[in-house]
Ligand binder design. Structure first.
Ligand code: SF4
Ligand code: SF4
Length: 222
């Protein structure tokens, strides 16, 4: 899932500016799961904005609401009345949800209340690690199910780089060396021959270097 972190209150207030009617809009999917932008976080942020406005003597009404998936236009239709009431909408969804809101309600400004960070997985409660960089050409079948693009600091396709110490990455020793993990995993799968096969240079055209990407499913297109 997409992982995000809420922006500091002072930054969110600066994005709101002089707006009188503010809607804090949470998302019930990715940012809810990573505790950055679900119903509870939207309610808490709205309360904090109200208190801050009172302390500063700013005339402002702050409401909060939630859509299950802010990244899909049909879901954000559910909050049309509240969206059109607001001068500014603070989106607690990922950057996709914030953009969908701006596209669906162009007469209103939707600002980001979170920083969208990466595609990741929870490794313990409240801790999320990056797992995928959406490169568009998945090679997990060659690397024991461990992504060297997202998890190796140098995104090496033919690792390790030679700098790892005691199984830790030389770039950030608090992280395991991805290629050490790949080695151990391939060993346990009895597929160690895969690590000595030279992977050819990756065709990065499927990644995002060519600009915005698009998937078209002609079989379901209307
Ligand atoms: S190889 Fe590419 S698609 Fe597969 S997990 Fe890694 S970054 Fe994601
Ligand atoms: S130490 Fe391992 S994870 Fe770090 S850059 Fe080198 S190969 Fe990649």
């Amino acid at each position: 899932m997409i992982r995000a972190q809420q922006k500091p209150l002072v930054e969110i207030e600066s994005l709101i500016g002089q707006a009188k009617n503010v809607l804090v809009l949470g998302c019930g999917t990715c940012t809810a799961v990573c505790l950055a932008g679900g119903e509870k976080e939207a309610r808490t942020l709205a309360a904090a904005l109200r208190v801050s406005a009172q302390i500063k003597g700013v005339q402002r009404e702050v409401r909060h609401s939630l859509v299950q998936r802010q990244c899909e236009p049909e879901f954000v239709r559910e909050v049309e009345e509240e969206a059109l009431w607001a001068d500014v909408i603070v989106s607690l969804a990922c950057g996709i949800g914030c953009q969908v809101m701006n596209e669906r309600y162009p007469e209103r400004l939707t600002v980001p209340g979170v920083n969208t960070c990466f595609l990741g997985a929870p490794i313990e409660h409240g801790v999320f690690d990056e797992r995928c960089q959406a490169c568009g050409d998945c090679i997990l079948h060659l690397t024991g199910g461990i992504c060297p693009i997202a998890r190796c600091a140098k995104s090496m396709l033919n690792g390790p780089c030679g700098g790892s110490q005691h199984g830790k990455c030389e770039v950030n020793p608090s992280n395991p060396c991805a290629w050490q993990l790949i080695y151990e995993r391939l060993l346990s799968l009895n597929k160690l021959e895969l690590i000595s096969a030279i992977l050819p240079a990756k065709d990065w055209r499927s990644a995002r270097d060519g600009g915005q990407r698009r998937i078209v499913r002609e079989d379901v297109r209307l």
